[in-house]
Design a protein around this ligand. Structure first.
Ligand SMILES: CC(C)(COP(=O)(O)OP(=O)(O)OC[C@H]1O[C@@H](n2cnc3c(N)ncnc32)[C@H](O)[C@@H]1OP(=O)(O)O)[C@@H](O)C(=O)NCCC(=O)NCCS
Length: 187
């Protein structure tokens, strides 16, 4: 079980499992059009938030069903600043995918860089993942830039592979192995 690993602390942030009290922050963030724009789902409403939170509360391990981690990223005051997900897409071959969302109020601070790089270190360390993928709508330049800052390699560009929000869209596929992790900042 991965319960023993979390919460994890970085220089400015905490990565912790979700709790029921996160509903208000999730609704506030995921109901915003700029957040939902390149996600496959529509803007969240209250009912959908409760459904999604109920699923996230169960995502606490890669070692058993649901083979997924859903983590809140909180700042030093405990405030929600974003969230991360890591899930196994192939249990036998230890293939995983990562997902990220940042609170628009916390833009320009590099919070998701800090949190995701820690999660990737854990993925290739105690979580025993062999490869991590990141996929995004090819128009999602902020997400692609984050992937590249983290050390992901763009391995594919799928042309109009998804019908999302009324139109066909392209997908970028990024991949990372342990050897692609940037050296840890000694600071
Ligand atoms: C995708 C997403 C998480 C990317 O977030 P982000 O842009 O990397 O978040 P931030 O603004 O905190 O970090 C980037 C900026 O902070 C700056 N920054 C400041 N301090 C930094 C630090 N310590 N480390 C890294 N970057 C730092 C970077 O230079 C960058 O500036 P720029 O935007 O002018 O290039 C965010 O856009 C988002 O939540 N989008 C909506 C949901 C979504 O689409 N998720 C992805 C689905 S695939």
């Amino acid at each position: 079980m991965n319960d023993a690993i979390f919460p994890v602390y970085t220089r400015r942030l905490e990565l912790r499992f979700h709790v029921a009290e996160d509903a208000a922050d999730l609704l506030r963030v995921y109901s915003q059009e700029p957040v939902a724009r390149y996600l496959l789902e529509e803007r969240w409403d209250e009912e959908y938030t409760q459904e999604q939170l109920a699923k996230r509360l169960l995502r606490t391990t890669l070692d058993a069903e649901p083979h997924a981690l859903s983590l809140v990223v909180a700042d030093a005051s405990g405030r929600y600043v974003g969230d991360l997900a890591l899930w196994l897409t192939d249990v036998e071959h230890r293939q995983a995918e990562i997902g990220w969302v940042r609170d628009p109020q916390c833009a320009g601070l590099g919070y998701l860089d800090e949190a995701a790089s820690e999660l990737l270190r854990l993925a290739f360390g105690p979580l025993r993942v062999h490869r991590v993928a990141a996929q995004m709508d090819a128009r999602n330049t902020a997400s692609a830039a984050l992937a590249e800052r983290l050390g992901f390699r763009r391995e594919g560009h799928l042309i109009q592979d998804l019908f999302s929000k009324g139109e066909y869209t392209d997908t970028f596929i990024y991949g990372m192995l342990a050897r692609d992790l940037p050296a840890k900042d000694p600071a």
